[in-house]
Design a protein around this ligand. Structure first.
Ligand code: FAQ
Length: 311
């Protein structure tokens, strides 16, 4: 509608204040939020797979306990995000069905394999590092439930990033073979991590509108540049080389210059043709089917106990 509800929405956005679930909002605003939040939630849940596969093979009890806690946090993040999305009127069951039907996406990065134990460290350092860079501004997103979920998620992601860096630092102080494992892992992950920020601004169909609505606070390229500036000194401290011959400090701009990711590869991964797309979705589908009896039992129990509250 035009008139009061629309004016109230526009004024809230203009003040950079929060829209809450019961406020009137345009259908496109709601649709964009459902798309982004669901995609984010699916990423957290599918994102458990590459590291989760290392839990049984962690090299010590301490490393196993840390990894178990981290992967469990990712499940928690998925649940906060599904809850935030449910305030927009779609259920978690519907969102899961859309994911399994290939009608919603999850982050491209989780379609790459994690064949080496060093990948556990690299995922923490670079993937969680990129996630933080993208998500800190989302704490100020215009939709209340999403922004509040982001605050807690970002605190946990900071721990995840530090544990990854600490793991890699330990390996870099080890043998030559361990240092080579770290370098090989960073070489594989660097470019796919830069793609996590999405297509270049000129090819990002959703950015302009999402930024006008305050859903996104920064553009894809801005956040990608911020991530590179933040990460290069960390790579130097660690003693690894980032696999980009064009990476160099630009004195004039006060930022790093860097090369262009392979956007053809990005498009292929999003289309479903990445190295692990089929495996990740098949695993997610199997987990969902294996859990059917739990959902049925919980529903039956809830039906029985809801007759007299608390009975
Ligand atoms: N992968 O117009 P834009 C994590 C799609 S972190 C797949 O620029 P937008 C933590 C995009 O959806 C990862 N698809 O789109 C963790 C759109 O297609 P659609 C999750 C991508 O939304 C760490 C099309 O391309 N984080 O899980 C990607 O304005 C370790 C055009 O793009 C978030 O989701 C991509 N990388 O900007 C867990 C953050 N990029 O939907 C476990 C929240 C773009 O129209 C272990 N999301 N596409 O069919 C965002 O900030 C935004 O949605 C962007 C994309 C920046 C990802």
């Amino acid at each position: 509608p035009e008139g009061p509800p629309r004016a109230a929405f526009d004024a809230t956005i203009a003040r950079r204040d929060r829209i809450e679930p019961r406020d009137w909002m345009p259908d496109d605003y709601r649709g964009t939020l459902v798309r982004q939040i669901a995609q984010h939630a699916h990423s957290e849940i599918i994102g458990m797979q590459p590291e989760g596969a290392w839990i049984g093979r962690a090299p010590s009890l301490r490393r196993k306990a840390i990894l178990l806690a981290k992967v469990q946090d990712e499940a928690g993040h998925g649940l906060y995000l599904y809850s935030a999305c449910e305030t927009l009127g779609v259920s978690r069951a519907e969102l899961t069905d859309l994911l399994l039907a290939g009608r919603q996406k999850y982050s491209s990065i989780f379609n790459y394999p994690a064949p080496s134990y060093a990948d556990v460290g690299t995922i923490g350092w670079l993937v969680d590092g990129a996630a933080i860079c993208n998500q800190v501004p989302l704490c100020r997103t215009s939709y209340g439930p999403y922004g509040r979920a982001m605050i807690r998620i970002c605190k946990e992601e900071s721990f995840h990033q530090r544990q990854g860096y600490e793991l890699l630092m330990t390996m870099m102080r080890g043998t030559a073979a361990q240092r080579a494992m770290v370098q090989e892992s960073v070489d594989r992950f660097w470019w796919p991590v830069l793609m996590m920020f999405g297509p270049p601004d000129a090819k990002s169909p959703n950015s302009e509108r999402s930024m006008a609505w305050g859903i996104k606070r920064n553009s894809n390229d801005e956040l990608r540049r911020r991530f590179v500036d933040m990460t290069v000194p960390q790579a130097e401290a660690l003693g690894v080389t980032l696999p980009d011959p064009d990476l160099r400090w630009n004195e004039e701009r006060g930022h790093y210059d860097f090369g262009e990711p392979d956007w053809e590869e990005f498009a292929a991964v999003i289309r479903g043709d990445g190295p692990c797309n089929a495996q990740r979705l098949a695993h997610r589908r199997a987990a969902h089917e294996d859990g059917a009896w739990v959902r049925e039992a919980a529903t039956a129990f809830a039906d029985r106990t809801s007759v007299g509250e608390g009975a």
